[in-house]
Design a protein around this ligand. Sequence first.
Ligand code: NAI
Length: 259
Amino acid sequence: MPVMAYDLTDRIAFVTGAASGIGRASAVLLAEAGATVHCADRDEVGLRETVSAIARAGGAAHPHPLDVSDRGSVEAAVEAAASDSGRLDILAAVAGIMHSSPVLETRDEDLDRVLAVNFKGVLYACQAVARSMIATGTAGSIVTMASGAVDTGGPGLLCYGVTKAAVFQLTKTLATEVGPHGIRVNAVAPGWIRTPMTERHNNSEAQAHTAALMSRMSPLGRVGAPEEIAHAVLHLASDAAAFTTGQILRPNGGVAMPW
Ligand code: NAI
């Protein structure tokens, strides 16, 4: 019986960042659990690969090319997905970018760019999907993607960490506001996960140092895999988390243990 709580048969999911890394792993896992998955990303090639992988495994997926930092583009894709499938039960707002610069060298344009994708992009998706859930009377689940960077801090993480702290606040605030509609809102705050994003940044000496440091700081002695974060998304999206809302789930290998 407990395993049945993870069954997403007949559920409709909308996943941003679905072309790569954690978003792709989440889209694939939600589809394996039975959901129809609307996959959204600005990378159309990666998007097609994710949709094909889901279809090859016998699942149902639809591509939605979009830029999450463009409110109109997000609203149009969410509306298309909801009208195609009749409603939306799940949002996984995963799309995000990394930026690293020392505080004293951080420029307005760096902050604006990272805020536009990592915070406003999540906000626009949450607003569009929550409105759709309320309109259809759907007691759905919204999962946002924050980061363990908020817990650990670290050199260069000002812009990135600020946007992820804002996602914490959005998650908790929205949870209190849409709870009366039966809608749950939770965040996942992963530790260091091996994805194209971190591999790109591993090229720099500072980031390679951070990856090695994170492995050493973890009692498990390693960094994580995208599929391990996808399982956290599945948990929060499913009925297994029916009484969980306004929470931050931290799959970080034990790197940070808040009291
Ligand atoms: P990734 O780079 O592999 O995937 C990010 C995806 O977001 C890409 O497919 C990219 O095209 C998409 N994206 C970026 N900007 C977009 C935009 N404006 N519109 C539409 N799509 C856009 O990165 P990864 O590692 O899978 O990261 C996914 C999320 O997890 C991000 O929000 C990241 O901040 C978060 N995260 C990642 C960690 C890690 O160690 N990899 C740790 C903690 C959080």
